[in-house]
Every structure is written in structure tokens, then in C-alpha cells.
Write a protein that binds this ligand. Structure first.
Ligand code: ZN
Length: 151
């Protein structure tokens, strides 16, 4: 990872860890799922409100390392307003980025702030932290339509 991206990475992680976006429980979620990364101890709950195939709202709760929290925070800020298909495509591209499958000179278009996670591919444990929120979101999306208990 070049120096510029490394500094940006630090900045983005610190910022989102300190003030995570959409960090709240959603009472009227249409889908939700829990995720757990035993390697690091991260746990996350992702809430989605999907209407007419569009993600109207998305939020999360949980505790974990700075990377898992920042990744979840950035994810929620990027998914609002996207279609389910767009969200899945973004997840796929992000997953390829963090697992190094986009190659040495990855095309980062459309990834926005997620591009800073390019460096985690060097650290397999961190890949799990960075992708936890996304896997959890994906699980929630595939349960959409089910009645969710708000406890
Ligand atoms: Zn972690």
C-alpha cells in the first residue's frame, strides 16, 4: 500500500471508529442478522429496512475492533438508497478488494472510502474484521420478507 493510502486508511478508521455512522438499533427493520468473528472477537448486528427492493435504511450495533466498526460504519453510509442488487455487487467488489483478487492495480471506482481497505489483504485476520459487517448484511438481505421480532 502506498504511503498516501496508508495515511488515509488510518484517518478513515480513526474517524469512523470514534464516531460511527448509523450506530443504532432499528425498531422497524425488515431484515436483520448477527455476525461474529471469533478470530478477533468482533460481534455485530446489522439492521436493514428494504422496501420495493431498495435499501431505505441501514444501521448497526455491536462491539469489536476499530477495523470492524469502521467497516460497518462506512458500509451503512454507502448502502442507503441502493438497490439490493447494487448492494450485493458492492459487497462482491469489496470482498475481492480485501482478499486481493482485484490484482496489483485494482480498479477502485465505485468503492469510495472502501478503497482504503485495500491494505488489509496483507493481514488475513484483518480481512475477517473488514468483511464481517458485509457478510452479516448479506445474510440479512437473504432473509428479507420475513417477519422480524422487535422484542
Ligand atoms: Zn476485528
Amino acid at each position: 500500500m502506498d504511503q498516501e493510502l496508508r495515511e488515509l486508511y488510518q484517518q478513515v478508521i480513526l474517524d469512523h471508529n470514534k464516531s460511527p455512522r448509523n450506530f443504532r438499533k432499528m425498531e422497524d427493520a425488515t431484515a436483520k442478522a448477527d455476525g461474529h468473528n471469533p478470530l478477533c472477537g468482533d460481534t455485530i448486528h446489522v439492521y436493514l429496512k428494504v422496501e420495493d427492493d431498495i435499501i431505505k435504511d441501514v444501521s448497526f450495533e455491536g462491539k469489536g475492533c476499530a477495523i470492524s466498526k469502521a467497516s460497518a460504519s462506512i458500509m451503512t453510509s454507502m448502502l442507503k438508497g441502493k438497490t439490493v442488487k447494487e448492494a450485493e455487487e458492492l459487497f462482491e467488489k469489496f470482498h475481492k478488494l480485501v482478499t486481493g483478487k482485484l490484482g496489483d492495480n485494482p480498479d477502485l471506482s465505485g468503492l469510495g472510502k472502501l478503497a482504503v481497505f485495500a491494505g488489509v489483504q496483507e493481514f488475513p485476520v484483518r480481512v475477517k474484521c473488514a468483511s464481517l459487517a458485509w457478510h452479516t448484511m448479506d445474510t440479512a438481505l437473504h432473509q428479507k420478507g420475513e417477519t422480524i421480532s422487535t422484542e
